[in-house]
Design a protein around this ligand. Structure first.
Ligand code: GUN
Ligand code: FE
Length: 440
């Protein structure tokens, strides 16, 4: 059933903690009730005030000593790279050649795609992630398999077929025409089907000809609610190569912009080596940047300048991305923890715990223009929730027991927490993951 009631402490956002005092942006309901009807939150607030609204006979799922949050949102991740995670020794371009391309080639098989898609979605749910912007492979079958598995779970996923028509192995290349046609068919089949959404997915400027980027732009403009995802300014060697491939473009971002790929619902992964005019242009065109701290550390790519991106004079939308398989954790908690460390490396401002949780939930939803559907615990929103256990391990129990404020507790969770802290994950009003073995 997609109709249910939850009781427990919940946290949600009533504002943007980057533009107001973080504590004022957060709402904490110490003993809360969340009522769900047909997969949507119908009512939420204090348990004592709302308990009479629980329909007769409905069982209330009680989560004492927990923290209920909107489900986490991962704005950049590659499902076919699940088997590539923790591959040793290379930076971006060599890592793609040595590990990623041979693995992605296997996804011509629908069976491989289905098996990995299933494992990937289970891993997301184990980590409290309920929506993600996902790269498939060049094979249309990989997209079909992914959306089929997502549909079974009822998760709201954004995904698309990778476009690559040059600088990639023979068995991983399409052509501009073929990529256009295949994407168009997939859009017709899946975009807006149930909770599934399509993202046009040119891998990056190195692996697409100008013709292919033009085709991607035409697709992106063909409807006003499609997504677009690609990689931007991740690595120095990559940027130098892009310069030789597109000598007439004024910057890496300009390559995409001239093809019509900048705009609302365009998600650029990494965006590490950005100039001020790039940030300004992202602001003007309302693009989104996916901050992938564990990946940027793992591949030695550099430090994303979060507070420059969010400069209140021209703020750019930002979400967090795990970027599996270059990223090293499926956990948005771990990703928040690494984003905190990177914020200290990259500048003077440090990421506040409440800001980090906003980036992983309400902020990500805003950046994807999905804030009316997901990202907060508010009436009318789709019931995607994660239930966190701040005492999931002996160390967490000890440390969270010392916390005197919600901000402290959130900081402990993002610094020490991971999938072990996810007690349950609800999707579309149903519990889809329940943690079995609790450590304490
Ligand atoms: N740039 C182009 N493709 C990829 C990829 O698969 N992962 C990362 N991290 N960067 C990329
Ligand atoms: Fe990536």
């Amino acid at each position: 059933s997609r109709t249910a009631a939850l009781r427990g402490r919940f946290v949600t956002f009533k504002g943007n903690p980057f533009t107001m005092p973080p504590e004022e942006a957060l709402h904490v309901e110490e003993d809360g009730l969340i009522l769900i009807e047909n997969g949507k939150i119908s009512l939420c607030g204090a348990y004592d005030a709302l308990r009479t609204q629980v329909p007769d006979g409905m069982q209330v799922t009680h989560y004492p000593n927990s923290l209920i949050s909107a489900g986490f949102i991962d704005t950049h991740v590659h499902y076919p790279q699940l088997p590539v995670i923790a591959s040793w020794g290379e930076q971006l371009l060599e890592w793609l050649q040595q590990y990623v391309f041979p693995t992605e080639a296997k996804f011509s098989s629908p069976e491989v795609a289905q098996t990995v898609a299933r494992a990937f979605l289970q891993e997301l749910l184990r980590n409290g992630t309920t929506t993600a912007a996902v790269y498939c492979t060049v094979h249309p079958e990989s997209v079909t398999a992914f959306f089929q598995e997502s549909e079974k779970l009822g998760t709201r996923m954004i995904a698309g077929k990778v476009l690559m028509d040059r600088n990639a192995p023979d068995n991983l290349r399409d052509t501009a025409r073929q990529g256009f046609d295949e994407s168009q068919k997939l859009i017709e089949a899946w975009h807006g089907k149930g909770r599934q959404l399509y993202a046009i997915t040119p891998r990056f400027a190195i692996t697409s000809t100008p013709e292919q980027l033009e085709c991607a732009g035409a697709l992106f403009r063909s409807r006003d609610d499609l997504f677009m995802q690609t990689h931007l300014a991740e690595n120095e060697d990559e940027i130098a190569f892009v310069k030789t491939l597109f000598p007439d473009r004024t910057s890496y971002l300009d390559v995409y912009d001239k093809a019509g790929l900048a705009g609302p619902r365009a998600i650029f992964g990494h965006a590490i080596h950005m100039h001020e005019h790039d940030f300004q242009h992202c602001h003007d065109t309302r693009c989104t940047l996916a901050h992938c701290p564990t990946s940027n550390l793992f591949l030695g790519s550099g430090a994303f300048r979060l507070f420059d991106a969010l400069d209140p004079r021209r703020p750019v939308h930002v979400g967090l991305g795990t970027d599996i398989g270059a990223g090293t954790s499926f956990s948005l908690l771990s990703t928040m923890g690494e984003a905190y460390k990177v914020s200290l490396m990259a500048g003077k401002q440090r990421l506040h715990a409440i800001q980090a949780f906003w980036l992983a939930t309400a902020g990500a939803a805003q950046s994807l223009h999905l804030e009316r559907k997901i990202g907060t615990i508010t009436p009318g929103m789709e019931a995607d929730l994660c239930v966190l256990d701040p005492a999931a391990t002996p160390l967490l129990a000890l440390r969270s027991g010392e916390c005197t404020s919600i901000a402290d507790l959130l900081f402990v969770l993002m610094t020490l927490g991971d999938d072990r802290c996810v007690k349950a994950t609800w999707v579309d009003g149903r519990p889809v993951h329940i943690r079995q073995d609790t450590a304490s």
